[in-house]
Write a protein that binds this ligand. Structure first.
Ligand SMILES: NC(=O)c1ccc[n+]([C@@H]2O[C@H](COP(=O)([O-])OP(=O)(O)OC[C@H]3O[C@@H](n4cnc5c(N)ncnc54)[C@H](O)[C@@H]3O)[C@@H](O)[C@H]2O)c1
Length: 281
């Protein structure tokens, strides 16, 4: 298997910038494309801020931070994508926009380049239908990417075993642990997470335990670093509501969010970002 030396990243938002960061920390050259240069540079600034924080905490040498940052080229064009060995897409969660981007990439990237999408909810096989279905995988990272170790590797229907091996090798190279998961709604992690969160909402709904005690139970009884209701507030109830809808459609009522959740969404209490959710901020 040839060494992966260069990554193309589409999107420099919350996920794209940090995926670019972990690639650069692994010594890969990175070209990071946004819809305009200002957003691409904002993504690079986000990377610089994270690296600076790691330096100030003594987790990273200044020289290593400088070297990583120098490897990232922000751009609003596909210049620099022609010799990328892998492209990871982390743009808007809209099928048509993602498929269009992969068609554009297909025209500029070398034939051996692997295409990956960081989608959380769109079928990988559907995205792969746009371009290179044999060299296409889902790579589902977790936020914050600079800290979370897991990546779900999701082969589309036509992905070759070699593509999956290259994708897994890429994850290992950038310091992540890959797990192979079938292309199903919610993949593996979000199915487990939403099942647990739904049960936590139901406990609130039924008055079985207080919000604080449910989170304490998961932290001290199950060893979770954060309770499900606090995590729900951090991710945001509006986003999770959409995930619950997708899972309920795929798997039935067991994923339907109960009243305690839906009432908060109706009130606009989306969690930390609105100052109110399960908790007040
Ligand atoms: N946020 C999470 O926790 C999380 C976790 C796993 C997966 N994801 C997935 O990652 C993807 C990105 O999510 P995010 O939270 O980083 O979103 P975000 O809104 O922070 O960033 C998306 C960026 O993509 C840019 N963009 C849009 N169209 C583009 C194009 N054609 N070319 C280049 N850039 C383009 C936007 O300008 C924006 O800056 C989504 O598919 C999402 O489902 C998100």
């Amino acid at each position: 298997m040839a060494e992966l030396q260069k990554a193309g990243i589409l999107g420099a938002g919350m996920m794209g910038a940090e995926i670019a960061l972990v690639c650069a920390r692994a010594g890969m050259a990175v070209v990071m494309k946004e819809v305009n240069l200002e957003l691409a540079q904002k993504g690079k600034k986000r990377i610089a801020d994270i690296l600076n924080k790691q330096v100030s905490k003594g987790q990273l040498a200044q020289a290593d931070a400088d070297a990583a940052l120098a490897l990232v080229t922000p751009t609003d064009k596909y210049d620099g994508f022609a010799d990328a060995d892998i492209v990871v897409e982390a743009i808007l969660e809209v099928v048509d926009i993602k498929q269009q981007a992969f068609r554009e990439l297909d025209a500029v990237c070398k034939p051996t380049c692997i295409f990956a999408s960081n989608t959380s909810s769109i079928s990988i096989t559907k995205l792969a239908a746009a371009a290179r279905p044999d060299r296409f995988v889902g790579l589902h990272f977790f936020s914050p990417v600079s800290i979370m170790k897991l990546v779900e590797v999701i082969p589309g229907l036509l992905a070759t075993p070699e593509t999956v091996e290259i994708a897994k090798a890429f994850c290992v190279k950038i310091g992540k642990t890959p797990i192979k998961v079938k292309n199903v709604e919610g993949f593996a992690v979000n199915r487990m997470l939403c099942a647990m969160m739904n049960e936590a909402y139901r406990l609130v709904d039924e008055g079985v335990a207080s919000i604080e005690d449910i989170d304490t139970a998961c932290k001290l009884g199950l060893g979770h670093p954060v309770g499900p209701l606090r995590l729900c507030d951090n991710i945001s109830l509006d986003l999770l509501g959409k995930v619950h809808d997708i899972l309920a459609e795929a798997y039935g009522d067991r994923f339907k969010a109960p009243n305690a959740f839906r009432e908060r969404v109706s009130a606009g209490h989306y969690g930390r970002k609105t100052g109110k959710g399960w908790y007040d901020y």
